[in-house]
Structures are given as structure tokens and as C-alpha cells.
Design a protein around this ligand. Sequence first.
Ligand code: UTP
Length: 290
Amino acid sequence: MQSVRKGIITVAGLGTRFLPATKAMPKEMLPVLDKPVLQYIVEEMVESGIKEIIFVTSSQKRPIEDHFDRDRDFEIFLKSKGKLNRLQPLIDLCEKVRFFYTRQSEPLGNGHAMMCAREFVGDEPFAFSDGDSIIDGETPVVKQLVKVFNKKQASVIGVQRIEDKKAMMKYGNVYGTPVRGESRTYRVSEFIEKPAMSKVSPHGLIVGGMRYVFTKDIWAHLEKQREGRDGEIWLADAANSLAKKKPFFAYEYDGIYFDTGDKLALLKTTLHFAMKDNEMADEIKKFVCG
Ligand code: UTP
């Protein structure tokens, strides 16, 4: 039985929806309170038992390498000022995992980006996340998926279930049948991106926040994957092709998904985390309600 030790996080997109903020600053480094978005994702992976993470980056994304590296001089300075505690959680995080970097030289889609990390992963199963979604859950979502993987030894995607059929048309929909005796688990038959209202998933399953555990089987499908929507190579298309050939499961994770890919979404995400802090919550209520 193989265990999931490696993770891929793709962070090579252009982040045009945040321009000009993202001209020199990766959108994955924009803060949600006192942590960049990407740190939430790394924490999720580390708490899920991932020991090695590879970031698929681009020439614009150097601050990511600096963030997840030690800076001894700065640490000594902070210590002398009695402020090292402010950095300590990040130092502790970096000690629990090894980081690797590879580049996607052109943003040709998330499937193409994942392919850039193929050699790093080899034939091992691995976790995958995009770089701009946070899922706030009691149990880290990757950990929930790894649990399903350990039982099934097959690829797993994290899904959400929603009732609103109109809203479902805006997302990737997941189709399949519930696995008997295993709550929240479905055997996937197909993925369809933004289907028409008459074709939305009957179980209400959507891809909210990209979280997967893949077996090595995904690589052959990704290698064959042609350009899809907007001329990009999409991971969902390769996953769809894999689900038609091999067992592929969807797990309705326990957690709240937050997109951070545009201004309003990032603001809502920040408010969610701020409202979890009693002191900040009172201030925000006063500020908003007067
Ligand atoms: P998005 O689809 O949000 O695209 O990427 P984007 O380019 O980052 O942002 P906009 O649309 O121009 O504002 C989702 C995640 O996938 C990564 C991004 O870095 C982000 O973390 N990604 C996307 C890649 O790594 N490579 C790609 O070719 C596309």
C-alpha cells in the first residue's frame, strides 16, 4: 500500500484579475489577515502528512520562494527586538516540510502546470491543490481525501454539494453514484465544466476549491490531453478521461471553501477569518453597522 507524501501546488498563473496589485506580487501571496493565501494551503498539506511540496511557479513568483525559506539575519534581528514570536509559526511550518520549485514557462493551463511537476512525483500518489483556494475545515481537506485514498488506492477529488441548480451552472460538476455504506463518497463517472441547467449533477456535486489525491494513472491522461477551453490544458479534462477508465472517487469534504482569485472573493475570505476572532468581529460589526 502506497502512502501520500508529496504535494503539488500550482502558482504560475498571471493573476490578471488583481492587477495592478499583482504586477510585482504573486496573487497567491496576497494576505488574508496576517498570512498569505498560499500559507493556508501549505498548512493544510502539512497537517495532512505531506512531507515534500513542489510549487509550479513562474518568473513573476520569486517572493514565494523567499517566504517559505529561512532568513537567519532577519530572525536574529527580530529576536533582538523581542518580536521573533511573530515569525515563529512560519519557521515551525517550514521545518516540517521540504519545498521544491519548478517553472511553467508559459501559463498554458492548470493541467499543463501540474505536468511540469511530473518528474518530481514519479510513480507515487500525490496531493494536488491550486494556489488560490482556502478550505476552512476542522480536519484539513487533503487529510480527508488521503483517508479515502488509503481505503480505495484510487484517485479522489474533494467536492461540495449544493442545492441551487442555477449556481451549479457556474462550476465544474461531478457525476457519479454514491458508494454504498460509505458516507459522502461517490464513484465518479464524469466531470462537466459549467453544464446547462438541464444537465447539472443530480447529486449536486461541484468542484469547490481544487483538491485532489491522484494515483500515477493521471499522468498518461494528462500527457494525451489536448488544449480545451480558452486554448488551455485543463486538469479537469484529464481527470474526466481517467474517471472513464479507472476507479475515481469524489468525497464530499467537511469544510467551507473560499475562492481568493478576485477582489470580492478575497474580501469575503478575509472577513470570514476576521469574524472568527472575537475582538476583530466586534470592531468589524461596529465599522459596518455604525
Ligand atoms: P486562475 O484560473 O485563477 O488563473 O488560476 P490566474 O492566471 O492565476 O488568474 P487570472 O484569471 O488571470 O486573474 C488558478 C490557480 O492555478 C494556477 C494559478 O497560479 C492559480 O494558483 N495556474 C493557472 C497555473 O499555475 N498555471 C496556469 O497556466 C494557470
